[in-house]
Ligand binder design. Sequence first.
Ligand code: IMP
Ligand code: MG
Length: 184
Amino acid sequence: MGMIGIHSDIERVLISETEIQTNVSKLAEQISADYADNGQLVVVGILKGSFIFMSDLTRRLTVPHRVDFMALSSYGQTTTATGAVRIIMDLRVNIEGRHVLIIEDIIDSGYTLHYLLDMLRTRNPASLRSCVLLSKPDRRKVDVPIDYIGFEIPDVWVVGYGLDYAELHRTLPYIGALKPEVYQ
Ligand code: IMP
Ligand code: MG
């Protein structure tokens, strides 16, 4: 028999399933309105963290769009930054002359998104914007323009709704703060 309640590695639920769904719907509405007159929208999900957010968000878009993914690596198995951003898997869709919207799970230092925006800009998209589910403003090291933000959160390690700690907890339906003893 399973226990009722939150996972034992989770200290508290930061954002409930309902709150997530409400803001994802709002983001989809806003994005659909902003791209209403633009054809050729390519929505680019950054794996793996964005996979659940990406699928909920794109299914609520009311404008035509292509879906593609990139996989990057900026962190190892821990919560400490290693510095370098690597492309593990590149886009399949050609973005030249198309409107590109990047979907990220979370922006922390900003290095990942900064690198990605610079890199994709060299491919000459018609426009390039970013949408993140979560932002930790206190942690920012580099100034990155973010066009759509789901939630601002404090400087705690969060998991669930796609986000992991050492590849665990990605499929929790809520965003939870990890107990410090789990990653210390
Ligand atoms: P940045 O380059 O420092 O902005 O880091 C962004 C990446 O770090 C995200 O795409 C996540 O993979 C990871 N990350 C940062 N904070 C968290 C967190 O609290 N939980 C899970 N992943 C995180
Ligand atoms: Mg990520």
